[in-house]
Design a protein around this ligand. Structure first.
Ligand code: ADP
Length: 297
């Protein structure tokens, strides 16, 4: 390492140390105890924040620091966790404390997936999805990763999908005229592609990094909730792989998906792919174009 790199590392460690000192004080006040930090470990796997497991005199906690200073990020995450928790369907970690800088959650100790894990996950998700609303959307905007997720209400799924999901990502991104034209053609077709469906409370970012198996139960984390088409969660679960057949079979048993659901998954995934293209660039552009070309023949 060069001197400059050591300097950056020292600055980073200093910043983390200061965040820890402040956080321990905040948690002590909020929990009304004298919290003592014993040790900590950084947790990787997230895409936005810097996360740690802390071990204290009263137990373990999960901490995330909003080091990119995205305004209201944790407020929206907490609202999402609470909305899911209120349904009493699928588990989420309890919120211990949050402000603009830090989110402290119950630490969920993961363990190996047992035999029934996937079917019980499929069942709990179907139960979550039975929670419905009159329209697609939510009473507040939230985030997908670190990007704004608009949730203005629409009574029809394709209008919501176009105006609150696809267009906002196209507007902030760097997409070619050709891609934009393909999207315009897709917008004209969407109403006939998606059957009429009820809004469901969905997790909104259900990839394999956003659940934890613990003591034979599934916990979901880092939600981007709204009342949407439940096929969005199913599609997202397939985008980066990892979910097993029993999950889909059990889900379909308790809440059968509409006819031809499989052929709509790629279209649903245009949203997370646009988000990924905007956040990370790279290969996502070509994935988006090949889906568009296959739909607009
Ligand atoms: P980000 O907001 O940066 O995407 P996540 O919320 O996805 O971060 O958390 C990063 C990682 O930390 C997750 O992939 C998961 O492995 C772990 N994690 C998240 N919440 C908890 C928790 N409550 N208990 C234990 N581990 C957690």
């Amino acid at each position: 390492m060069h001197d400059f790199d050591y300097c950056i590392l020292a600055l980073y460690l200093n910043m983390i140390k200061e965040l820890f000192v402040n956080t321990i004080e905040k948690l002590s006040n909020s929990l009304n105890c004298n919290l003592v930090l014993k040790n900590y470990t950084q947790i990787f796997g997230g895409s936005v924040n810097t996360a740690f497991l802390i071990n204290t005199n009263i137990g373990k906690f999960f901490l995330k620091f909003n080091i990119n200073k995205v305004k209201n990020l944790f407020d929206k995450e907490v609202r999402g966790l609470k909305l899911i928790s209120l349904t009493n369907t699928i588990k989420v970690p309890s919120v211990i404390y949050f402000d603009e800088e830090v989110l402290a959650l119950e630490f969920i100790q993961s363990n190996e997936l047992n035999k029934k894990f996937w079917s019980s996950f499929g069942y709990s998700l179907s139960e979550l999805h039975y929670n419905t609303s009159e329209s697609f959307g939510l009473d507040h905007n939230n985030f997908i990763g670190s990007l704004l997720q608009k949730n203005n209400f629409h009574t029809n799924w394709s209008d919501f999908f176009i105006n609150q999901r696809l267009k906002p990502q196209l507007d902030i991104g760097n997409f070619s005229v050709k891609t934009q034209k393909l999207f315009e053609s897709l917008f004209l077709k969407l109403e006939n592609i998606f059957p009429v469906t009820k809004p469901s409370l969905i997790h909104g970012d259900l990839w394999s990094g956003n659940f934890i198996s613990s003591k034979d139960q599934v916990f979901v984390i880092d939600p981007a909730v709204y009342y949407g088409n439940r096929e969005m969660d199913i599609a997202m679960s397939k985008l980066f792989g990892g979910f097993k057949k029993e999950f889909y079979d059990t889900y379909n048993y308790y809440y059968p998906l509409d006819k031809n659901w499989k052929i709509r998954l790629d279209i649903c995934n245009l949203y997370p792919l646009l988000v990924h293209a905007n956040l990370f660039g790279g290969n996502y552009y070509s994935q988006i174009n090949s889906i568009l070309k296959s739909v607009i023949k």
